[in-house]
Design a protein around this ligand. Sequence first.
Ligand SMILES: [Zn+2]
Length: 171
Amino acid sequence: MNRFKIIIILAFSAFLIAFLYLQLQSKPKENKMENTPINKSEEEWKKELTPEQYRVLREKGTERPGTGEYNLHFEEGEYKCAGCGTVLFGSDTKYESHCGWPSFYDIDDKSKIKEIKDTSHGMIRTEVVCANCGGHLGHVFNDGPNPTGLRYCINSVSLDFAPDTNKSKNK
Ligand SMILES: [Zn+2]
């Protein structure tokens, strides 16, 4: 009878340890977006960003279609994250998609963004956020042109444009 009790206790302990281990393992996943290299408080972001940048980047807002500064902007240069300055898109991949927001068919380096499944507003979309600061950029869709077939639909407010100074010097 004693041996039976010991087995029960051991089995229960093993179960408890496994349960606690799984709990600890799953915690970082829930806070995935909090673990970006730049992790400022909401107060700090409010001080640094304009109210519209804050609404889009930090509260996942969307600028009204056709109103963005870079919607119909086709100069040569780089588009950086407005939150942290990371270079995200080049002007060579920007195209006119007629969707009302700046559209790119490719990204400079995929590791600079994170893609998150977004089920808000009754749609299944893929949200794109800056991997460095966690700022909301826009969404990526599968209706873009060749060679990628992708359309990165990005808010102008989430971007800062830097003209290509080398090219203008050569002119
Ligand atoms: Zn950023």
